[in-house]
Design a protein around this ligand. Structure first.
Ligand code: TYD
Ligand code: MG
Length: 440
């Protein structure tokens, strides 16, 4: 049995036959660790025979329409581009505790109720724990055919997959998987890469799609780390604030469908629910039409438009360096907009504390919402009510307004929801012009 030694960067997964002090890929010092891979086992463990490669003419290649499995969640199917493609490898990433296992368990329960054979492999929880969670989720059917395995040995799990031949495999999580063929603890780059490689190869050769859970490190990277996203066909990200129930599922990479599409879910006491008609989800629940400091906007996520409420609070500061608190908006962007308001609209914000918040726990990185942030600040500063108004537009450094992408779509959405007071670059050229016409 031959053993191969390689040196793998623990940060980026760079692979070198010899030890190096500095990783040539990511530039980190002393990050290469020695790992041993027993070669003969790799070949045998999957039982895959060698096939001869032969080139084909492009014309001879027939394209079969990809068969897709429906997950039972239309929000998820939409993000995937119409369901799970057979033989594809999907990475579901997200912070610990955000609801990845819950979502996947529910998919497993739904699909196995629809007579698909689903194998749920958990390296994190025992079968009893999963059973308790399934009871908490309370599916309508008391009985379930969902197959559970609790284990962390990659090679044994690969055997189980071959034996049971399910229509979907769920691996929760890839960071807990380990193989004797590779040195290093579970979660190390060598182990994660080997495990993922094996499951992806199984998926491709047997046509069984696999969903792998990947935890995210503090820096927001998929631990293990970037290598995983290169290996899989689809990368999904489940995000949300721990203390709010809204969960957003995003596709960051998708070989078989749209990217940047989102699905909306809510984490509830009895499991995760999908939110199909969520255009008005991101509004504060109070009826604060009488309070200044709130403005609406329309933001785009993928192909969907959402109505979002921006709230601002502006008050005279008691400290030499006034406070700026931004939640749901990038801090640097808020500073920039404050500078524009100060310079071009003559609002003395340099001596004011400014707080900006986006209701409902969504993060706005869309520049088309600039105008609404400015309007919320003006509304609070001037004590005028704007909460039934919608602001759509980008704000430039010279105080000019620009059209964001899909301007017409945003305006249509606002009109559809019944709003008439829409401030946009269609009517105004500068932020100052909007400010002077607010009460008209
Ligand atoms: P989990 O799916 O275990 O997160 P992950 O796999 O991403 O680490 O979710 C754990 C959290 O979700 C935990 O704080 C409890 C909460 N939860 C609910 O709110 N409702 C539920 O029905 C379930 C099963 C969990
Ligand atoms: Mg989990």
């Amino acid at each position: 049995m031959k053993t191969k030694t390689s040196y793998v960067c623990q940060e980026c997964g760079y692979d070198s036959p010899q030890w190096l002090g500095k990783c040539p890929e990511c530039g980190l010092w002393n990050s290469l660790k020695e790992i041993h891979i027993t070669e003969s086992k790799i070949e045998n463990s999957l039982g895959i025979k060698r096939v001869n490669l032969e080139p084909k003419k492009l014309d001879q290649i027939k394209v079969e329409k990809k068969q897709r499995l429906l997950t039972g969640f239309s929000e998820l199917d939409g993000v995937l581009g119409g369901g799970i493609v057979k033989g594809s490898a999907i990475l579901l990433a997200g912070d610990p505790g955000i609801g990845k296992s819950t979502l996947l368990l529910q998919i497993g329960l739904k699909m196995s109720a629809g007579k698909e054979k689903v194998l749920y492999v958990s390296g994190e929880e025992s079968e009893e724990q999963i059973k308790l969670r399934a009871e908490r989720i309370k599916t309508t059917k008391a009985k379930s055919d969902l197959l559970l395995v609790s284990g962390t040995n990659t090679d044994l799990i690969a055997e189980v997959i071959q034996k049971t031949n399910p229509s979907l495999v769920i691996i929760d999580s890839i960071q807990t998987m380990e193989s004797e063929n590779v040195s290093g603890l579970s979660g190390s780059v060598g182990q994660v890469r080997y495990g993922a490689f094996q499951f992806i190869k199984l998926a491709k050769t047997l046509g069984i799609p696999v969903i792998m859970v990947g935890h995210v490190t503090k820096e927001g990277m998929v631990a293990g780390p970037m290598i995983l996203s290169h290996m899989v066909d689809t990368v999904l990200f489940l995000e949300g604030e721990k203390f709010t129930s809204t969960r957003i599922l995003r596709s960051l990479k998708n070989r078989f469908g749209p990217v940047d599409e989102i699905g909306l879910f809510a984490m509830e006491d009895s499991g995760i629910k999908e939110l199909n008609n969520a255009e008005q989800l991101f509004l504060s629940k109070t009826n604060n039409s009488a309070i200044p400091g709130s403005v609406l906007t329309i933001t785009l996520e993928g192909t969907r438009a959402f109505l979002v409420e921006v709230q601002a609070l502006v008050l005279t500061s008691k400290i030499p360096i006034p406070r700026r608190v931004a939640s749901g908006v990038d801090y640097k962007r808020l500073e920039l907009l404050l500078a524009v308001l100060q310079k071009h609209c003559n609002i003395p914000l340099a001596s004011m504390d400014v707080f900006v918040n986006i209701a409902g726990g969504i993060k706005l990185s869309d520049p088309g919402t600039d105008l609404s942030i400015c309007l919320a600040i003006i509304s609070s500063f001037q004590n005028i009510k704007l909460s039934d108004k919608v602001g759509i537009g980008e704000v430039g450094l010279l105080g000019e307004l620009r059209k964001p992408n899909s301007m017409e779509k945003r305006i249509k959405e606002a009109q559809k929801l019944g709003f008439r007071g829409i401030f946009s670059p269609n009517k105004f050229k500068t932020l100052k012009e909007v400010m002077l016409n607010l009460t008209k």
